[in-house]
Design a protein around this ligand. Structure first.
Ligand code: MRU
Length: 349
């Protein structure tokens, strides 16, 4: 597959001096890049959704550690690790649900702990490796996931799981890219993904850049779409997959999984192994981020409800493993994921 032709957008880049982020709050109408040189700015960018998507926030945090490393002097990696611990904690606290954030920070911590006098060079190499491995994993998942899709199929996706959410190519959107390129996917539908509208603002824009036709639907149209027979697969990413196969993902994913089961539509979860969290036993143990209710009460700064209305804004939900038809990671495909299959695939001996 000609990856470059189908994957033109990049949201996270290391310039050698700064972390350059495509400001996703401004898409699709403005493409503004901002250069960050301080780890505190990186934590704020993650919190404020300048950069978002589980793998992308892990990668951004890793570069945040590299920026922090530039400010201190230490004889070896172990002493640097101690000095950098407050920054590692601040980055870790920027968003709670996607495990990729802590996974990446833990890798940076381990790298520091093992490094000698050349620790500054080592942490830079580690952040670059985290980014490069994510891109490679996405391309591999694209091949594995697309191979499951019958030619002529329709698919529905949710949130943004593409190059904007990762080092490039994307997770669920990577499977869709590969499936379209291989002629397997004939129809792509994307849900708006209220309230932040990742689907409407980001996914259909990203697909437009790559010449992939997609049809936007209101989230509330998804069950009706499934009832018409137009889609054979719902394909989504994940922010955390627990030891029993439960999947935390963008709010609305659970409703899609329930409707898909009712209508006999298959449900594919696509996520790199950095999203698998065997230490968390099940979905009930995941902290679900709640964001400012203002995201529901106004749109682009304009109020949409009467003054005084209250709102509740959880931004992730948990889909039980039994509603998942298959989990695609770069290590392979797990049909009907459960605790035994997850542990067999991801426990390292
Ligand atoms: O709140 P966001 O936009 O960071 O949420 C992103 C999602 O939920 C994605 O679907 C998930 O991170 C998988 S992305 C590769």
């Amino acid at each position: 597959m000609d990856y470059a032709r189908h994957d033109r957008v990049r949201a996270v880049a290391w310039t050698g001096q700064a972390l350059r982020l495509l400001d996703q709050r401004k898409l699709p109408f403005e493409q503004v890049f901002i250069d960050l040189t301080r780890p505190e700015e990186v934590a704020a960018a993650i919190r404020d959704l300048v950069v978002r998507g589980a793998p992308a926030i892990g990668i951004a945090a890793a570069w945040g550690v590299v920026l922090a490393a530039r400010r201190i002097e230490a004889a070896d990696g172990r002493s640097a690790q101690v000095a950098l611990e407050p920054v590692l904690r601040e980055l870790s606290a920027s968003r709670p649900t996607a495990v990729n954030l802590n996974w990446a920070l833990e890798r940076m911590r381990q790298c520091l702990g093992a490094a000698g006098a050349d620790w500054k060079h080592r942490v830079e190499l580690e952040a670059a490796a985290i980014e490069a491995e994510d891109l490679a994993a996405n391309r591999r998942m694209g091949q594995l996931g697309a191979a499951l899709i019958e030619p002529g199929s329709g698919v529905l996706t949710h949130c943004n799981t593409g190059s904007l959410a990762t080092a490039g190519f994307g997770t669920a959107l990577g499977v869709i890219r590969a499936g379209v390129a291989e002629g397997r996917i004939a129809r792509v539908y994307a849900g708006e993904t209220r309230p932040w509208n990742q689907g409407a603002r980001l996914t259909v824009w990203e697909l437009l850049q790559d010449g992939i036709e997609a049809v936007l639907i209101a989230d509330s149209a998804a069950a009706h779409l499934m009832s018409t027979g137009a889609v054979q697969w719902v394909i989504v990413g994940a922010d955390r997959i627990t030891g029993n196969g439960d999947v935390a993902n963008k709010i609305g994913t659970l409703a899609l999984a329930l409707a898909a089961r009712h209508f006999g539509v298959r449900f594919m979860v696509v996520a790199p192994s950095s999203t698998v969290d065997l230490a968390t036993p099940n979905g009930a143990a995941i902290e679900i981020e709640e964001r400012d209710p203002a995201e529901l009460l106004s749109h682009r700064g304009e109020p949409v409800v009467a003054p005084g209305v209250r709102a509740w804004n959880p931004v992730f939900d948990v889909t039980p493993a039994e509603l998942v038809s298959c989990l695609v990671t770069e290590r392979g495909v797990i049909e009907r994921p459960d605790a035994a299959r997850l542990h067999a695939a991801f426990t390292t001996h």
